[in-house]
Write a protein that binds this ligand. Structure first.
Ligand code: AMP
Length: 221
């Protein structure tokens, strides 16, 4: 099962990606998380990516494509993967298609999770992220059991780019660069629309319903 999660920032891609990975036993690969880790570890990649991320812009394609391709070559991706935050524009989606085709593979499904702007802004303001396991919380609607800490023990933090100004920029980048991928994948007949409203559990149920109805043998679990 090779899958892409599409949707604006705050749609719940990370929350759903993590759960799907646990249920279907395939890795969840979030390019934003990989880049944030590089920034916090002050690697060369992190130094190159930071300014773009702080402005809410896309990091150059060549950097991100390289990260994704080397991640997909790891052993745990041989039975599938869940991409979250990649591809983010048409150039990246074409390069992913070419890369998979060269390996005799293709995407099985792209799940689009549309959510209204007011809900996105509410979800993003107050979002708390675990740097260790990637789990998301919300200060008001989904607080951690232990104040300031993830259930895995990681110390929760607010993302630098979750401030109102950068969120606005990220939503604009989403509309102009990422939203066109919806039509791209619809034409390839692998797009599935998921209603992103309601609780994370409700959205997860909807997604699993779609995945389990796909005609592939890797979908059970
Ligand atoms: P995310 O965690 O997916 O919201 O990503 C956070 C930030 O990382 C984005 O605003 C971009 O600056 C950068 N980023 C993540 N994925 C990509 C990608 N596929 N292409 C370019 N930039 C990305």
């Amino acid at each position: 099962m090779r899958m892409v999660l599409l949707g604006p920032p705050g749609a719940g891609k990370g929350t759903q990606g993590k759960r799907l990975a646990e249920k279907y036993g395939i890795p969840w690969i979030a390019t934003g998380d990989i880049l944030r880790e590089a920034v916090s570890k002050e690697t060369e990649l992190g130094a190159k990516a930071k300014a773009y991320m702080d402005r809410g812009e896309l990091v150059p394609d060549s950097l991100v494509e390289g990260i994704v391709e080397s991640r997909l070559e790891e052993d745990d991706c041989k039975d599938g993967f869940i991409l979250d935050g990649f591809p983010r524009n048409l150039k990246q989606s074409r390069s992913l298609d070419d890369y998979l085709e060269a390996r005799g593979e293709k995407l099985d499904a792209v799940l689009n999770i549309p959510v209204g702007d007011d809900v996105l802004v509410q979800r993003i303001s107050g979002r708390l992220v675990c740097p260790k396991c990637g789990r998301n919380y919300h200060a008001a609607t989904n607080p951690p059991d232990r104040d300031g800490f993830c259930e895995c023990g990681g110390k929760l933090y607010s993302r630098d780019d979750d401030n109102p100004e950068t969120v606005r920029a990220r939503l604009e980048v989403y509309s102009s660069e990422t939203a066109p991928l919806i039509d791209y994948y619809r034409e390839k007949k692998i797009l599935h629309e998921v209603d992103g409203s309601g609780s994370p559990e409700e959205v997860f149920e909807r997604i699993c319903g779609i995945i389990d109805s796909l005609p592939t043998e890797g979908a059970g679990g």
